[in-house]
Write a new protein. Structure first.
Length: 226
């Protein structure tokens, strides 16, 4: 067993199971996916630490616990069509690819796109489509989605994402100000919806039409590249 395999096992036990993550699919996926390959080589030894890490362009790979919590909240059984907003390193994308039938992932910074497409191909994920676009308006042509995961902090839940959610569909999204948010779970029903708060959290800003406006110099900001 390599040092990374060992570190990954420990990560699952001490960061996920010890904090109450129970979904077997999520635990198995995160025991399997080589998280260190989603960060640059110089940071690989830190990839299984209990924190987010920089991935360039002032963005981060989310903390493993946050990835697990969001994935578990989507309650996936393998048959779903999932939309992800904020591909970043594509680590969360790979977890979703293990748990759902098809994953559509949107990222606004094109520098990440080529890299993550190659990585997904090399790791054998054939059920993932990644595109450079503003995820705050969703992916109309592929809607409706059984689940939607937003990996950046929003001022409010974008209307397009609610519209593109199937009846019974689940949406997880950090909502708050630019520096701190609350992770919300939204479930769309035939009539109405339910919304629950899962945990306080800190994500980079969701920048786009129905998110924060791009403002030079602010945390997490990068100009649009699509
Ligand atoms: N799950 C990713 C999180 C990356 S950070 C990971 O663990 O690696 C969040 C990502 O959301 C960043 O890459 C950022 O560029 C992207 N993002 C922010 N606003 C966006 C938008 N409107 N549409 C698509 N991607 C967006």
């Amino acid at each position: 067993m390599s040092r990374f395999d060992l570190a990954r096992r420990r990560m699952v036990e001490s960061q996920l199971m010890a904090r109450g993550i129970r979904d077997k699919g999520v635990l198995d996926a995160m025991r399997k996916i080589p998280r260190h390959l989603f960060v640059e080589e110089a940071l690989q030894d830190q990839a299984y630490g209990d924190h987010a890490l920089p991935i360039g362009e002032r963005q981060t790979i989310s903390q493993a616990y946050m990835v697990a919590l969001m994935s578990e909240a989507l309650a996936l059984n393998g048959s779903e069509k999932v939309l992800e907003v904020g591909t970043g390193s594509a680590y969360q994308t790979a977890v979703l690819a293990e748990l759902a039938e098809h994953v559509y992932s949107l990222e606004r910074i094109d520098l990440f796109i080529e890299k993550t497409k190659v990585l997904m191909r090399d790791l054998g994920y054939e059920n993932v489509c990644i595109r450079c676009a503003d995820g705050t308006v969703g992916w109309e042509e592929e809607a409706p989605f059984d689940a939607i995961l937003v990996a950046a902090g929003a001022p409010e839940i974008p209307h397009a994402l609610i519209a593109q959610l199937a009846i019974g569909g689940r949406l997880v999204i950090p909502v708050g100000d630019r520096v701190s948010q609350v992770l919300k779970k939204f479930v769309k029903q035939k009539t109405g919806a339910t919304e629950t708060s899962l945990t306080p959290c800190t994500f980079v800003p969701l920048v786009g039409e129905a998110g924060w406006q791009y403002g030079k110099g602010e945390a997490g900001d990068q100009p649009n590249t699509f």
